[in-house]
Design a protein around this ligand. Structure first.
Ligand SMILES: CC(C)(COP(=O)(O)OP(=O)(O)OC[C@H]1O[C@@H](n2cnc3c(N)ncnc32)[C@H](O)[C@@H]1OP(=O)(O)O)[C@@H](O)C(=O)NCCC(=O)NCCS
Length: 183
């Protein structure tokens, strides 16, 4: 996979990240609550944006991840990102992650993007498993994963911040059935 596939949902367009996304990335990445919920470091300098984009492109080129910028037609900047990350030893599995800018929370948009990316993971990439991790206090993420049929498989403490996190798995026997029922 050397290019980011363009995906569409009723309200969203998912496409390759670019230079024009750096400002919106910085707004998200410097939001302390959002970064803490996602378990990400808080960005304090927009110069990190160029590294963020270079890393996304490098990981795509290496086959380690596909990161999409999420556009909502009518909204000037990308509203967030969603990512599938591939583990070195798990050719048929990927980890799902998503972040939206605060102004776009609470409208069902992350659910919509996640549904489409999970569909892509099973139908196009033919993955056997999609995994996800979320902080135990991240109610919105836990709810999104539950709606998609992810199964809770364990808990752990994130050593970087002491946060209790939950681990989830959706496998190819269940995921497509859940998606078909929601179509
Ligand atoms: C997590 C995040 C992407 C969710 O985005 P969103 O578009 O607001 O999510 P959605 O609206 O699609 O769905 C959220 C669900 O959680 C529910 N929810 C959110 N907060 C809730 C709360 N405090 N109590 C109960 N339910 C809650 C919503 O009602 C919705 O469920 P529903 O569809 O059954 O009504 C967004 O909050 C975010 O970017 N957070 C910071 C980064 C982050 O945490 N990323 C995930 C890392 S695992």
């Amino acid at each position: 996979m050397k290019t980011v596939p363009r995906l569409t949902t009723p309200r969203l367009v998912l496409r390759a990240p670019g230079e024009r996304d750096i400002l919106a990335w910085f707004a998200r990445a410097s939001d302390i609550e959002s970064a803490s919920l996602a378990g990400d470091p808080v960005a304090d300098d927009i110069s990190a944006g160029a590294r963020w984009l270079a890393l996304a492109r490098q990981r795509l080129a290496d086959g380690r991840a596909i990161k999409w910028s999420i556009d909502q037609p009518g909204v000037a900047d990308a509203i967030g990102t969603i990512t599938l990350s591939f583990g070195a030893n798990e050719a048929k599995a990927a980890a799902l992650g998503f972040v939206l800018g605060r102004a776009h929370w609470g409208q069902g948009l992350a659910s919509e993007a996640a549904r489409e990316v999970v569909r892509y993971a099973f139908e196009t990439l033919a993955l056997e498993q999609v995994t996800a991790e979320a902080a135990a206090r991240n109610i919105a993420s836990l709810r999104i994963l539950a709606k998609l049929g992810f199964k809770h498989v364990g808990s752990f403490i994130d050593e970087s911040d002491g946060e209790q996190c939950e681990r989830f798995v959706l496998d190819a026997r269940i995921g497509p059935l859940v998606l078909a029922n929601q179509a």
